[in-house]
Ligand binder design. Structure first.
Ligand code: PEP
Ligand code: MN
Length: 340
């Protein structure tokens, strides 16, 4: 018993009674009130609920049906909900319009992030990105500006109106992150940092959850479930390429994940071709393919001077190339019933 659908005429009284019943069995509930029906998602170990107990709930006043979700991820599953729209300062992710998140890999300095934010906005991006805390392979590489970087991002948002997407690596930075970011990114290397997932699950900010370097789709959805199990249901999945035997590209961008996720989950799916391929001249074709495959958004690394970038310059689009790509994406979006 994982999902309880209430009758259209079910009263608040009946709902309250049902929630009490679940509580008495040590279960929690997520109530989602739709336009026609209220659906109660049962959270906790429902495998211990016996068939008799399930039947008793089935006949309660106001209850229409009781279903079990076989999948180990319940809240993230398509059975639980059809679609999720995430509204960030008026920009919707998961709707008809494709959300474009663009900006440098790292916030390197104030001038740079302000300039890039202006340029990507002009070209039609709806979010600005930039890392203030950078997960670098070498401890000697640039690690990001930390809170100073977050402040510059907030300034860029003030100037352009673009909401900010930036990565959180450590729960100790959550408080400062919540102050500045609009969407919290969980990087590929932290996709299974379960404590971190639970922490971002306890705040009310959308989370962009990148796919782990070696994560299966199921593991990825289980990580989304971790976040959602704490009550934060605003999770965006971001395909960013996985490790395969192929070394000619930085990663192998798994675009089949997009239509597959559309079957498995109601969460919006964004594609990051920049980290997916690692080479700037392969980014535009893969961005187009991602849109054609049904992605709800794109995450693109853009820099005014990639040659001088402190990280990921080789995969960053110049601002002009980004603007050109945005134009070229329009007919592709239209062909699949979307807008950009
Ligand atoms: C990034 O977005 O700059 C980043 C570090 O991405 P990933 O976690 O996918 O490697
Ligand atoms: Mn990067």
């Amino acid at each position: 018993m994982d999902i309880i659908v209430l009758r259209p005429e079910a009263t608040d009284e009946a709902l309250k009674h049902l929630l009490k019943k679940l509580e008495s069995k040590g279960l929690k509930a997520h109530v989602s009130k739709g336009t026609e029906r209220t659906i109660v998602g049962v959270i906790g170990d429902t495998s211990k609920v016996t068939e008799e107990e399930e039947d008793a709930i089935r006949v309660m006043t106001g209850v229409e049906s009781v279903m079990r979700i076989i999948k180990p991820y319940k809240l993230a599953s398509r059975e639980f909900r059809q679609t999720t729209l995430i509204n960030v300062r008026g920009r919707v992710i998961g709707g008809k319009k494709i959300a474009v998140i663009a900006g440098p890999c790292a916030v390197e300095n104030r001038t740079l992030i302000m300039n890039i934010a202006e340029k990507v906005k002009e070209a039609g991006a709806s979010f600005v990105r930039g890392g203030a805390f950078k997960p670098r392979t070498s401890p000697y590489s640039f690690q990001g500006l930390g809170e100073e970087g977050l402040r510059y991002l907030a300034e860029a948002r003030e100037k352009t109106g673009l909401p900010v997407v930036t990565e959180l690596m450590d729960p100790r930075d959550l408080e400062v992150m919540v102050k500045y970011a609009d969407i919290i990114q969980i990087g590929a290397r932290n996709m299974q940092n379960f404590r971190l997932l639970l922490e971002v699950g306890s705040v009310r900010k959308p989370v962009l959850l990148k796919r782990g370097l070696c994560a299966t789709i199921k593991e990825w959805l289980m990580s989304a479930e971790y976040i959602m199990s704490r009550g934060n249901h605003e999770v965006i999945l971001c395909e960013r390429g996985i490790r395969t035997f192929e070394t000619a590209t930085r990663n192998t961008l798994d675009l089949s994940a997009v239509p597959l996720l559309k079957q498995l989950t109601h969460l919006p799916v964004v594609v990051d071709p920049s980290h997916g391929v690692g080479k700037w001249d392969l980014v535009a074709p893969m961005a187009k393919a991602a849109v054609a495959a049904g992605a709800d958004g794109l995450l693109l690394e853009v820099h005014t001077n990639p040659e001088e970038a402190m990280s990921d310059g080789e995969q960053s689009l110049k601002t002009e190339a980004f603007a050109k790509l945005m134009e070229e994406l329009k007919p592709i979006a239209a062909a699949v019933g979307r807008e950009i």
